[in-house]
Design a protein around this ligand. Structure first.
Ligand SMILES: NC(=O)C1=CN([C@@H]2O[C@H](COP(=O)(O)OP(=O)(O)OC[C@H]3O[C@@H](n4cnc5c(N)ncnc54)[C@H](OP(=O)(O)O)[C@@H]3O)[C@@H](O)[C@H]2O)C=CC1
Ligand SMILES: CC(C)(CO)C(=O)C(=O)O
Length: 335
């Protein structure tokens, strides 16, 4: 695979620009497959990567290659897939057409279905699942802000791709149970919709016990589905996924003490689904709640809260009016 060949980022948005930018800042050769809007933004402002701990990395536009043309994959050693799940099939076809056969493809996407789509379309190339635990918000003018802590987890492989991609300020670790890690992340991602419907920063939401109880109730539905389906979710933090509903329901003081010890989260954090609604884009709800609901149906488990949340998100997607600022009671349908 060789890290002397470029790392090509397939889809330069919040995650793609942050991860690609951190790799470029560590002198890796990085190329971004970009949309025209993002290309213009980076050409004008360069990249400014800021962090929850106050770290800041600036890169001039020339530090990363930018192209709208998928021919940019032609000499890739590693391709990082960072498009939203609905775009995976299209970008996979572009990679299949242009990337070398020995390029390693790493999905840094949420959800549990992207790797299967990539494998199906990439004609025998090596595809690894990855999990990004932290939140990145596109702030405009070339700034991408990482607002929560955590290391990226990548499926373990003999070539140790995770280590090859680890640089100062951005650690990637290998895991033998990447499928469990992805399911564990999906349970956390069920909250993306609640963040989007509330229009609140994640830290403010987590500070409210009413919101935490709602998070917990939806997660409990999700965990019951995984249990019925025989799936064991794994955690990237010291807190096992199955404990999360109980922890979230704890009184503020106890909850804050535990959260403070396990992760950092700053006031800017907003879920990727909030960013989608804010920009009038379709969300990944079908790939997050949708994947759990499909399993619930196969295993005869009721998930009424999750179904209501999906319906609310779809309403907002259709209206195009952006995050609707609903309260926990409105989301539960009791207000
Ligand atoms: N943001 C976050 O904090 C986190 C996100 N994730 C996951 O990471 C993945 C990426 O999310 P995020 O970075 O937020 O998404 P973004 O929407 O910010 O970025 C994706 C980018 O890819 C572009 N794109 C899509 N298809 C193509 C294509 N064929 N060619 C070129 N560009 C393309 C999109 O353009 P356009 O919009 O014009 O289609 C967009 O600019 C998702 O699965 C998300 O769930 C995981 C952890 C945290
Ligand atoms: C916020 C975070 C990190 C966890 O839900 C995320 O995965 C997202 O925004 O999509």
């Amino acid at each position: 695979m060789g890290t002397d060949r470029p790392i090509v980022v397939a889809g330069a948005g919040a995650i793609g620009c942050f991860v690609g930018g951190m790799l470029a800042a560590a002198d890796r050769r990085v190329a971004l497959l970009v949309r025209p809007r993002v290309k213009t933004e980076i050409e004008r402002f360069g990249l400014r990567l800021t962090d929850f701990d106050g770290a800041e990395t600036k890169l001039g536009a020339g530090r990363v290659a930018l192209s709208e043309d998928p021919a940019i994959f032609h000499s890739a050693g590693i391709v990082l897939v960072t498009v939203k799940s609905a775009d995976t099939a299209d970008v996979a076809d572009q990679i299949a057409q242009h990337a070398p056969q020995d390029a390693v493809i790493v999905s840094l996407q949420n959800g549990v279905g992207n790797v299967a789509i990539l494998n199906e379309r990439l004609g025998g190339r090596r595809v690894l699942a990855g999990m990004v635990p932290f939140n990145v918000v596109a702030m405009g003018e070339g700034r991408f802000h990482r607002s929560t802590s955590g290391d990226i987890i990548v499926g373990e492989d003999v070539e140790n791709t995770a280590a090859a991609l680890s640089v100062s300020g951005l650690t990637m670790r290998g895991s033998r149970d990447i499928t469990g890690v992805q399911w564990g992340k999906l349970i956390i991602n069920l909250n993306n919709a609640l963040s989007a419907l509330s229009d609140m920063p994640l830290a403010a939401q987590l500070a409210s016990r009413d919101w935490r109880r709602l998070f917990a109730d939806q997660m409990a539905e999700g965990l019951a589905v995984l249990k019925a389906a025989g799936i064991t979710p794994a955690s990237a933090t010291p807190i096992p996924p199955n404990w999360m509903p109980t922890l979230l329901r704890l009184p503020d003081m106890v909850f804050n003490a535990i959260l403070g010890r396990t992760m950092k989260i700053d006031p800017q954090a907003r879920s990727s689904m909030w960013q989608d609604l804010k920009q009038g884009r379709k969300t990944e709800i079908d790939y997050l709640q949708g994947a759990v609901i499909a399993l619930a149906e196969q295993n005869n488990v009721n998930v009424p809260l999750m179904r209501r949340i999906v319906a609310l998100i779809k309403e907002v997607e259709t209206s195009g009016k952006g995050p609707p600022r609903l309260s926990p009671q409105q989301i539960r349908g009791v207000a």
